[in-house]
Write a protein that binds this ligand. Structure first.
Ligand code: PLP
Length: 468
């Protein structure tokens, strides 16, 4: 079968609820086989992003913390005051990292969500509710640089907000404040800036955007989902990182993913607000329900306390010192990887990134490079407009030998790309966030729907195979 369904043949396909359960040991053995084989793909350090810690000892520790509370519901606080402790302390640590202490004119607060998208959804919902209540805005819009994450488009779609997209300066990959200003009108509720953005890892001019937001009396959300837990340490380590956090007066909210460079388990992120009133504007409660008075701070109802415990455990086990140490290794590795890229005159780095970078080529289709690197076990994310290769440097790349292997393979890939281009052959990689395989055709949307159906529906449609 295709590489998307490698288990159908080996383990069979469950097509309905089995009448009889299977022994636990047998199930665990099957899971162990799948996990071992899938981990092997990134353990060597050839995968961009995704496995930010990539450290099995750390994962075992988090899993033990998770396991102690996995079954507990964060909705039932009387049964688990621990959830209140974990959540409150995680928020306190994140606020400290984002310099909440510098805020004197407001009351900084935060909330935990299940991912970067969740954090962005909550921020936009808060801006919408707050703008409706305070300014009577009923047809809200936000203004984001084109490099801003699709979660802003998604939130806008879900919440009836217009998402205005502003092109970036191709030379720097950064948005120009005057272009953002031109897109603002009386119904604008917030601006968006990224620190750093996903495509290029570069940091928008947050100080200027903050001044603009203040001048117009609107919010500024800083998307630090990617950079939130590494850029503060890059700054401490002396890298040229502009301030992007609550020290900037116009910054009214920040998203930061603990499940990326926070080295927590997947399913955890933070959204911080400069002022309590903005966060509280999006709380939801139903006082008159027959099931009792209902309230939940965010989009979710029941949540596992395990994720809160694991996030807390990750943060208190590392501390500033641990994060700084990991950041130093990652940033040093990123410098060396970028040096390998810029040693080839055919390749061009996009903007001035620090920990996550992209490169393109003005000489050949850079996807030829991706094709060749892919055959050598590298997995980057393909980008478009222009075609570019994206590498978020994580701890697995800091292992000995990875930078050297990258340099060697890249040199071969550049030669391969030159030859393919000269022969007039098209590249085979495509630009899909998250790395699902396949090239884009002119029927882009049909193709994207087909990919999603392939993920959720195809397992049941797989042809019959030998059951074990
Ligand atoms: C990852 C990311 C997000 C979205 O986060 P999810 O955790 O995938 O929902 C948003 N913005 C940036 C810059 C990111 O890198």
């Amino acid at each position: 079968m295709s590489e998307e369904y490698p288990y159908a043949q080996r383990f069979g396909v469950v097509r309905g609820m089995p009448e009889r359960g299977r022994p636990r040991e047998e199930i665990l053995a099957e899971l162990a086989v799948m996990a071992r084989e899938e981990d092997a793909a990134w353990e060597g350090g050839r995968v961009s992003g995704t496995m930010y810690a990539g450290d099995h000892a750390h994962y075992r520790f988090l899993t033990e913390a998770f396991g102690r509370f996995a079954h507990a519901s964060a909705l039932q606080r009387d049964l688990c005051p621990s959830a209140t402790r974990f959540e409150g302390e995680v928020i306190a640590m994140a606020l400290d990292l984002m310099h909440a202490g510098a805020v004197t004119d407001a009351e900084p607060v935060g909330m935990l969500t299940t991912g970067g998208t969740g954090s962005i959804l909550h921020a936009l919902l808060a801006y919408r509710e707050d703008a409706r209540a305070r300014r009577g805005i009923t047809t809200p819009n936000i203004v984001k640089p084109e490099t801003g994450h699709p979660a802003f488009d998604k939130a806008s779609h879900l919440f009836g907000i217009e998402c205005r997209t502003v092109p970036v300066d191709p030379a720097t990959t950064l948005v120009r404040p005057q272009d953002m200003a031109a897109a603002i009108d009386a119904s604008t509720i917030a601006l968006v800036g990224s620190a750093g953005n996903y495509p290029y890892g570069t940091i928008d001019p947050i100080a200027e955007l903050g001044a603009l937001a203040q001048e117009r009396g609107i919010g500024l959300h800083v998307d630090a989902c990617l950079g939130g837990f590494i850029l503060p340490f890059a700054e401490e380590l002396g890298y040229a990182v502009p301030a992007f956090d609550l020290r900037i007066p116009g910054v009214t909210s920040i998203s930061a993913d603990t499940h990326k460079y926070g080295y927590a388990l997947k399913g955890s992120s933070l959204v911080l607000f400069r002022d309590r009133s903005l966060r509280n504007s999006q709380y939801f409660h139903v006082a008159g329900w027959s099931g009792g008075k209902y309230m939940s701070p965010g989009m979710e109802g029941s949540r596992s306390v395990g994720l809160l415990a694991a996030t807390w455990a990750a943060m208190v086990s590392l501390g500033r010192d641990g994060y700084r140490r990991h950041a130093a290794e990652i940033l040093g590795t990123a410098d060396r990887l970028m040096a390998a890229v810029t040693s080839h005159p055919e390749l061009r780095l996009m903007g001035s990134p620090v920990f996550c970078f992209s490169f393109t080529s003005d000489v050949f289709d850079v996807y030829h490079v991706n094709d060749c690197m892919k055959a050598r076990g590298w997995r980057f994310n393909g980008q478009q407009y222009p075609n570019a290769i994206h590498m978020a440097v994580t701890r697995p790349q800091t292992q000995p030998g990875v930078v050297e292997a990258f340099a060697t393979d890249l040199a071969e890939a550049v030669a391969y790309a030159r030859a393919e281009q000269a022969a007039g052959r098209p590249a085979t990689s495509g630009a899909i966030y998250g790395g699902v395989a396949g090239g884009l055709t002119s029927e882009v949307e049909d193709f994207m729907l087909m990919v999603m159906a392939g993920i959720l529906d195809s397992q049941m449609a797989l042809p019959d195979m030998d059951e074990r």
